[in-house]
Design a protein around this ligand. Structure first.
Ligand code: GFB
Length: 300
């Protein structure tokens, strides 16, 4: 989802975009990644590839989230350095911050407290990735930067109910409830956690901006600066989809972090702002979802 959005955004820049599809290159294969990088010799690398998933997948598959991300990111960052890439943008996640960090969470909150247990494996990998970029900068003087996006959603998202994040999951549930003429829609957890959402095309725009304009040691938060409860999000999605469903809550599923609103003042100080409101972003995503169900590339 993020890689495709960055490719769409880079289409209007004066650059040639090199991509590596899953069939073409296994990012877990160190020799393959080194070969790819040495053959292509890019001027800059954006590292959007990662093993990602929603709260349940993170909780159930800790080895995959920790180990695959450590291997993939180390392969790419190390190969980029060996091929004399001087600019690299590493993408992390807002879950790198302590579970109970003061809100909004500034970049300085990193490593000041214990992580949220459902996704600490993924968070540890992402912290290692941003530290590796800092280490390369410190030891070799290369301009490797990191951005920490908030919860992203949009075209190209994963709509599988067991592994997806909350926005695509609830969009699919609302759509299926409406289609079946159902009257209730189930939301995991208590509905009280708060989350900050950013449309992936806004995220891509911010990331390309950072790639062009930012060259600092610290990672930079990328978000919308606003958050809502999961119950409010569920109501917004039900309304966008046009389902007439009452929301019920499943307390057997985890809530995760109670709140993770990021302090985006560093990014906003540059003048950058998202273009989508949450409502317009959900509407855009839902029309993409409907189009792609028709085309058969989103399967329910
Ligand atoms: O999006 P989500 O899976 O990830 O869940 P996190 C956000 C909140 O939505 C949690 C609730 O409180 C979930 O319990 N939720 C309600 C649901 N209904 C659903 C549903 O049907 N599906 C899902 N998936 N959630 C992830 C991390 O945390 O955020 C990753 O696990 C990553 O590591 C990502 O950092 C950005 O926001 O809790």
């Amino acid at each position: 989802m993020v890689g495709s959005a960055i490719v769409r955004r880079l289409a209007v820049e004066d650059c040639e975009v090199l991509t590596a599809s899953r069939d073409e290159l296994d990012l877990l294969d160190q020799a393959g990644v080194r070969r790819w990088m040495a053959d292509r010799r890019p001027d800059a690398v954006v590292m959007a590839a990662a093993k990602v998933g929603g709260i349940l997948a993170n909780d159930r598959f800790p080895v995959d989230f920790l180990s695959e991300n450590l291997v993939v990111q180390t392969n790419i960052i190390d190969s980029a350095f060996r091929s004399e890439v001087t600019k690299l943008l590493f993408l992390g996640s807002s879950c790198i911050y302590p579970k109970l960090a003061a809100q909004p969470i500034s970049e300085d909150a990193l490593l000041t407290g214990p992580l949220e247990p459902t996704n600490e494996w993924y968070a540890i990998a992402k912290i290692a990735g941003l530290k590796l970029c800092q280490a390369y900068r410190r030891q070799y003087g290369v301009d490797y930067i990191s951005a920490m996006p908030t919860n992203l959603y949009g075209p190209g998202d994963n709509f599988d109910l067991n592994s997806s994040h909350v926005v695509p999951a609830l969009m699919r549930k609302a759509y299926e409830t409406k289609r079946a003429g159902g009257k209730t829609m189930q939301v995991w957890g208590s509905g009280t956690p708060m989350r900050e959402f950013l449309h992936v095309d806004d995220a891509a725009d911010a990331l390309v901006y950072l790639l062009k304009a930012y060259a600092g040691d610290s990672h930079v938060n990328v978000g919308s600066g606003e958050d809502i409860t999961i119950a409010e999000l569920a109501r917004a999605i039900v309304s966008v989809v046009g389902a007439e469903a009452t929301i019920t809550f499943d307390p057997t599923k985890p809530d995760g972090t109670p709140r993770k609103l990021m302090d985006v003042s560093r990014l906003f100080a540059t003048g950058w702002r998202p273009r989508y409101s949450l409502r317009s972003g959900l509407e855009q995503t839902f029309s993409w979802f409907l189009r792609h169900i028709e085309q058969g590339d989103v399967r329910l």
